[in-house]
Design a protein around this ligand. Structure first.
Ligand code: SF4
Length: 76
């Protein structure tokens, strides 16, 4: 597994990334809907059932399967 994305990284902050989707800033990111998480985002590249994996938005680092950011795109 790679280095986890830190919520305090500048890019993570600007995109509202959180390792626990339930902690998403719903006031700042009203597009967030319950149930959304990296594991069901089309950009998530972790294996099914993994707890973390790569995401091209955060190149070189791993995001949490249970995480979320405002670049979320529902997996088709
Ligand atoms: Fe998670 Fe998708 Fe944001 Fe990547 S783009 S951090 S997989 S919600």
């Amino acid at each position: 597994a790679g280095t986890p994305v830190s919520e305090s990284d500048a890019q993570a902050k600007s995109l509202g990334y959180v390792a626990n989707a339930s902690k998403a800033d719903k006031a700042k990111f009203p597009k967030f809907a319950a149930g959304q998480a990296c594991s069901n985002c089309s950009l998530y590249q972790g294996k099914t059932g993994s707890t973390s994996g790569p995401c091209p938005i955060f190149a070189g680092k791993d995001v949490a399967a249970a995480g979320w950011c405002s670049a979320y795109v529902k997996k088709a």
